[in-house]
Write a protein that binds this ligand. Structure first.
Ligand code: CA
Length: 226
């Protein structure tokens, strides 16, 4: 199920969008201002963000900048109430993927959402096979090789690697990793995460002490780059 985050301050519009998107089969979270939107973009990890330009405090352009500054590359569809051409151009320059001018029909918005999700999906590498430098990883067979030699992973290391790959370009916190890779039934410490990351680096990085793929983001967590 694709996840969509709606950032819109007007309650009627926000709830209307949520209901319509849920009817279409999307998993929807909402935020009523930019701060909440940025937090939820990190915790909910949406596949698409619908972002209103006219928001209190931080406007939609600032939110768009904030998302990209956090290396969150989720596609964004902006809602602009103003018809000024500059709004559209500015939004697209800041990294929005599309925009819809208010008032819009829900049919039109849903069509845009589908199109943007389809484009985003087409840009992703095939889910089962990934090449990182000289390593080829097969997520279906749970195998990796460098040239002819096989690299062995434990099941947990493989899950962690998959999680990083699924969040390529995004900063993920140790808490997110704990919740989503280890789950709530187990109680490892954030230190455990660091140990597992060190093991993964030994296996996939050319120079584990100067990693090029699993980067440490000080004060935040980790970021995987392909
Ligand atoms: Ca608004």
């Amino acid at each position: 199920m694709k996840r969509i985050l709606v950032i819109e301050d007007e309650p009627q519009m926000r709830l209307g969008l949520r209901d319509n998107l849920e009817l279409e089969g999307y998993d929807v979270e909402t935020a009523s201002d930019g701060d909440e939107g940025l937090l939820k973009a990190s915790s909910f990890t949406p596949d698409l963000v619908i972002l209103d330009v006219m928001l209190p405090k931080m406007n939609g352009f600032d939110v768009c900048r904030g998302l990209r500054a956090r290396s969150i590359s989720t596609p964004i569809v902006m809602l602009t109430a103003r018809s000024a051409e500059t709004d559209k151009v500015l939004g697209l320059e800041l990294g929005a993927d599309d925009y819809v001018t208010k008032p819009f029909s829900i049919t039109e918005l849903l069509a845009r959402v589908r199109a943007v999700l389809r484009r985003a999906g087409a840009q992703q590498p095939p889910a089962d096979l990934l090449r990182i430098g000289d390593i080829e990883i097969d997520f279906k067979l749970h195998q990796a090789r460098r040239g002819k030699s096989r690299i062995e992973f434990t099941a947990r290391e493989f899950d962690l690697l998959r999680y990083f790959v699924q969040h390529t370009g995004q900063v993920v916190t140790r808490e997110q990793i704990l919740n989503e890779v280890w789950g709530y039934e187990e109680f490892p410490t954030t230190r455990t995460i660091d140990n597992f990351v060190a093991k993964l680096r030994q296996k996939i990085e050319r120079a584990p002490h100067a990693p090029e793929h699993i980067l440490t983001i000080h004060g935040s967590g980790y970021k995987f780059v392909g």
